[in-house]
Every structure is written in structure tokens, then in C-alpha cells.
Design a protein around this ligand. Structure first.
Ligand code: HEC
Length: 124
């Protein structure tokens, strides 16, 4: 094998690697957006991930009113442009349905009779 053909094989391998990287970076797959795939997710991907990661969206939750207030806040203070009413409707439906208000995640306190003796509790 000549030096030239080794170089050619290397160049071809490098080109394949670069091509694959490019393809991954360009395609907006659900995996790369991390958004739940449901009706309207493309609108969220297209309008809500320009300034920050979709993680900022998926780690939040709230009722439709809460999501609407977040959008208004971004429009009033963070430079989010006015959205087409149909697109906004679709985004709010998507967010309220897939990242809706969570019920409390704290369990109720245990009954005092089920608790171990507390050595610091004054005698009664
Ligand atoms: C023009 C830029 C921009 C766009 C577009 C944008 N946001 Fe934001 N958003 C921000 C900024 C800036 C913050 C504050 C980031 C921070 O606190 O680090 C933010 C914060 C948030 C937060 C966190 C709010 C909180 O209470 O912590 C959520 C949720 C959010 N955005 C959702 C969305 C959704 C949904 C869309 C699409 C409708 C969207 N963003 C589009 C700029 C934008």
C-alpha cells in the first residue's frame, strides 16, 4: 500500500465521520429536542428553543394560565416576539396537556403513633 492510498482511506473515513456529525446536528429529532412527542411539539420546537434549551421547558409544569403567563413574561421582558394566535393556541394546548400542573409530590406526614420515640420530645 502506498502512502497515497493510506492517505486516501484516511480522508474518506474522515469525510464519512464529518458527514454523520452534520446529519445529527441538523435533524430535529424528538430525541434531540427531548420534548414529549405529541400534537404541537414541532411548534414548541420551532418557537421556544431559540433562546434557551427545551430542558428549561420540560423541567417546568403548570396549568394553561401559568404557561400563558410565562409566555407573556418572556414577551414583556425577554424579547419573545408575538406569536401567531393559532400557533400560540397550539403551544398552550401542548404545554398544558404534556407539562400540566403537578399534584403535590410531598406525602402526608406520618401519624405520630407510627413514629419512633423521639428522645428530644419533652415528657408529657
Ligand atoms: C426571545 C428569547 C426567548 C424565546 C424565543 C423563548 N424564551 Fe423562554 N425564556 C427566555 C429567557 C431569557 C428566560 C429566562 C432564562 C433564565 O432565567 O435563565 C426564559 C425562561 C423560560 C422559562 C422558565 C421560566 C421560569 O419561571 O423559570 C420557561 C418555562 C420558558 N422560558 C418557556 C418558553 C416557551 C414555552 C417558549 C415558546 C413559546 C419560550 N420560552 C421561548 C427567552 C425566550
Amino acid at each position: 500500500m502506498t502512502k497515497n492510498s493510506i492517505f486516501n482511506i484516511f480522508t474518506i473515513a474522515l469525510a464519512i465521520c464529518l458527514q454523520n456529525n452534520g446529519a445529527l446536528a441538523q435533524s430535529e429529532t424528538p430525541e434531540s429536542s427531548r420534548l414529549i412527542v405529541a400534537e404541537g411539539w414541532q411548534n414548541v420546537q420551532a418557537n421556544c428553543t431559540e433562546c434557551h434549551s427545551s430542558l428549561l421547558i420540560t423541567q417546568n409544569s403548570g396549568s394553561r394560565t401559568v404557561w400563558e403567563s410565562r409566555i407573556r413574561w418572556m414577551q414583556n421582558t425577554q424579547g419573545l416576539k408575538d406569536l401567531d394566535p393559532k400557533v400560540e393556541e397550539s403551544i398552550l394546548n401542548y404545554l398544558a396537556a404534556n407539562y400540566g400542573q403537578k399534584s403535590s409530590s410531598r406525602r402526608a406526614p406520618l401519624n405520630i403513633l407510627l413514629m419512633p420515640n423521639n428522645p428530644f420530645r419533652p415528657e408529657d
